[in-house]
Design a protein around this ligand. Structure first.
Ligand SMILES: Cc1cc2nc3c(=O)[nH]c(=O)nc-3n(C[C@H](O)[C@H](O)[C@H](O)COP(=O)(O)OP(=O)(O)OC[C@H]3O[C@@H](n4cnc5c(N)ncnc54)[C@H](O)[C@@H]3O)c2cc1C
Length: 475
């Protein structure tokens, strides 16, 4: 570590290098349940050259290198679990270009997503990815996690909007990948490989992003249901009817309680809610809203339409507060982001009820039902319940894989789900990905102990609630 510190000081000057334990502690954790670990040093990067110098120094000292953006990750991705140097990128926060003619933006990795939204929308354009952390997460983290939010149902996730990247490799090489044009098929699609690689292959120093025209009108509807199963059926019915809202968000009974505690008035008869939003031309919005009303009418207690932008903003603010609001409901919380095929949403909701009954661990669910991506939250107060929580989590993941779903829709594997990867992916696929990692990072210095499992799954299939579920590539 002494070698690392002197190499960093020499390369970057002391003003960009933090080494005091107190200062390093601020870079120890994220928003996951991963135990925070203070790094040995932090580099406050302000340019790609700074990152290249820091990476060369860390490689020479053979210590781990962990990129960090907003620190809002939910899978332990930026936690320096093996110590080493954190590369803090929030200082690289310039929106370098917004081109209306080409419909692209070029950004540094520390740009806060909400700031990019405001800047492009002021120019009549639109960057659709909208994780609910948009006021605290930054583009470097969004790209590393392939982040997505409610609007992914219609518009897709971050990967769909990344045209090209500038990155630093672990040996300090600076590379450009991808293109600025909308089309282009030269060589392997390295850009897509890097998006979602959770900071394990390269460090992003700039990104060229695709923009689209801003929709002219948006209509937001609230549909209230007597139970969560009815809301799940309404989601399936909307998809089957070919309706294409930009988002369908589901809130179950426990989540509605959290919202009510925060002072939001919700009809007491409601045990589940869908927030549904459509966009396009005003006449399209009216037609789509009418169709949604017809589809939901069979099961809904009530369907309300937000009357103006202010009402819509209040609604989304309540939705964005769900993560902290549900965290306040118990001493401990784990928030999962599983995805199931959309016609299995009612089955997943049923399964969470069964797991809750049988393990005694409280489970509440909300999330992006349009994508089948639901945040199942496990809440408990008593530390002694931990074995039950682990059992509940295992059962949840096995059920999801058994439904041909996937363990994470947007939060990434990080450390939180590394040990479960083999439930979903066959050993050969994991081995292939490890070989790819080895090509980029032969010494395993870049964000180590992320994604790949530390323990092996022994069985090829297991029994969950009386059903045989095959592992290793069930998807
Ligand atoms: C309240 C709340 C709501 C959330 N809602 C959503 C949601 O709706 N959808 C969603 O997808 N996520 C959501 N998240 C999770 C989180 O905000 C996203 O994963 C986000 O993309 C992380 O961005 P960040 O800037 O905070 O990254 P960080 O947490 O700093 O890092 C995340 C990962 O990116 C890597 N990384 C960071 N910068 C770089 C870089 N320059 N180059 C390479 N790798 C890098 C890190 O090493 C780490 O692996 C939510 C989180 C919170 C707290």
């Amino acid at each position: 570590m002494d070698k690392l510190r002197s190499l960093l000081d020499r390369a970057l000057g002391p003003s960009k290098v933090l080494t005091s334990p107190d200062a390093c502690l601020a870079y120890a954790g994220d928003d996951s349940d991963q135990e925070p670990v203070a790094p040995d040093a932090v580099v406050l990067a302000s340019s790609a050259d700074d990152i290249a110098k820091a990476v060369r120094a860390a490689s020479e000292a053979e210590v781990p290198i962990v990129p960090r953006a907003g620190g809002s990750g939910k899978s332990g991705g930026c936690v320096p679990v093996a110590g080493g140097v954190v590369i803090a990128t929030l200082g690289m926060n310039a929106i370098q270009e917004i081109s209306r003619e080409e419909q692209v933006a070029v950004v540094q990795p520390g740009v806060i997503l909400g700031d990019l939204h405001a800047a492009v929308e002021a120019e009549g354009m639109f960057f659709p990815p909208d994780p609910n952390s948009l006021r605290m997460c930054a583009l470097g983290g969004n790209i590393a996690e392939n982040a997505a939010g409610p609007r992914a149902f219609k518009y897709g996730s971050t990967r769909d909007y990344v045209l090209g990247l500038e990155v630093v490799l672990v040996d300090g090489t600076q590379l450009r990948t991808g293109k600025r044009t909308v089309k282009g098929v030269t060589g392997y699609d390295v850009t897509s490989l890097l998006v979602g690689s959770e900071g394990t292959l390269a460090i992003t120093t700039a990104a060229t992003l695709r923009l689209i025209p801003k929709p002219h009108a948006v209509t937001t509807l609230l549909a209230l249901f007597p139970d969560v199963q009815a809301s799940g059926r309404a989601v399936s019915a909307m998809i089957a009817a070919g309706v294409r809202p930009r988002c369908i968000e589901l809130l179950d009974e426990g989540t509605l309680d959290a919202v009510r505690v925060r002072g939001v008035a919700v009809d007491e008869r409601a045990r589940a809610m869908l927030i549904i939003e459509v966009d396009g031309e005003p006449s399209d919005c009216d037609a789509q809203a009418e169709r949604i009303g017809e589809v939901c009418a069979a099961e809904a207690i009530d369907i309300l339409v937000a009357q103006d932008a202010a009402q819509r903003d209040r609604l989304w603010e309540a939705r964005r507060q769900l993560s902290p609001a549900t965290r306040a409901m118990a001493r401990f919380k784990i928030s999962e982001d599983v995805v199931v095929p959309r016609d299995r949403i009612p089955a997943l909701l049923e399964e969470t009820r069964a797991i809750e009954r049988e393990t005694g661990v409280r489970m509440i669910t909300y999330g992006h039902a349009g994508d089948g991506n639901l945040h199942v939250n496990l809440l408990w107060n008593d530390e002694e319940l931990l074995p039950r929580v682990e059992e509940a989590l295992n059962r949840l993941f096995l059920s999801v894989v058994g439904m041909r779903g996937t363990l994470t829709g947007e939060h990434g594997v990080g450390t939180s789900k590394a040990d479960f990867l083999a439930m979903e992916q066959q050993p050969e696929l994991i081995a292939l990905q490890k070989r790819i990692k080895g090509v980029f990072d032969p010494k395993g210095l870049l964000n180590p102990h992320k994604i790949f499992p530390r323990r092996q799954l022994e069985a090829a299939s297991v029994t969950v609630a009386g059903r045989a579920v095959s592992l290793h590539g069930a998807c």
